[in-house]
Design a protein around this ligand. Structure first.
Ligand code: PLP
Length: 219
């Protein structure tokens, strides 16, 4: 448990499949964690964090960013259209672009703000009704649509169903990315990031294995 342990495990997982650890970005998922735990990881020099709620990030990160200026924060949770502006002002990347309305809103605001966070398209690889993400069958069309809007699409993101073998979902996500010429793969969490690395993950999202169990439940 802890940042250094996760870094070792990333290095080992990379070595096993002949990848360089520098190909894998570790997003430390700080949602719902007590601020002193987050601060401890900031003080160890870690600079990339993930949050799943816009409001929670808005309450927490402006202060931390003022003290730790090299920090980047990525939105990894669903984005409501009415929070798009706030999210674009707050986050360095958004991993949950999953519908045309949201893509259009981001494109419009990118013009107005003069900048746009890096974007990942979330794919609902398990086709779960309660989960965000574009369906696999609609992914190619949506990726083209987003590109036609000139959006900076860096890759794809998925959250496999809890009860299924994650590697099937990692390999599906990689296939969709490859046939669309996308290189970024945001996949893998505390329980399965080593498998995700074996399937080509470029961004792993690890929370509890770094910070400890979340004190409060999250959605
Ligand atoms: C909470 C969360 C994670 C991290 O989960 P852990 O199991 O604590 O590593 C990763 N991705 C998303 C989208 C999350 O909401």
């Amino acid at each position: 448990m802890g940042l250094m342990d996760i870094r070792d495990r990333i290095a080992n997982a990379c070595q096993e499949v002949g990848r360089a650890p520098s190909e894998v970005e570790l997003i430390a998922v700080s949602k719902v964690q007590p601020l002193d735990r987050v601060e401890a990881v900031l003080e160890q020099g870690h600079t990339l964090f993930g949050e799943n709620r816009v409001q929670e990030a808005a309450d927490k990160w402006p202060d931390f960013k003022a003290r730790f200026p090299n920090v980047s924060v990525h939105l990894i949770g669903p984005l409501q259209s009415n929070k798009t502006r706030q999210a674009m002002e707050l986050f360095d990347a958004i991993h949950s672009v999953d519908r045309p309305k949201l893509a259009n809103g981001i494109a419009r605001l990118a013009q107005e703000l003069g900048h746009c966070p890096d974007l990942f398209i979330q794919v609902n690889t398990g086709e779960e009704p309660q989960k965000a993400g574009i369906l696999p069958a609609d992914a190619d069309g949506f990726i083209s649509e987003a590109r036609a809007l000139d959006l900076p699409i860096k890759g794809l993101m998925c959250i496999p169903p809890a009860e299924e073998t994650p590697s099937l979902h990692f390999s599906l996500l990689r296939k969709i990315a490859e046939r669309n010429g996308l290189t970024g793969l945001s996949m893998g969490m505390s329980a399965d990031f080593e498998q995700a690395i074996a399937f080509g993950a470029t961004h792993i999202r690890v929370g509890s294995a770094i910070f400890g169990d979340r004190v409060k439940p999250d959605a």
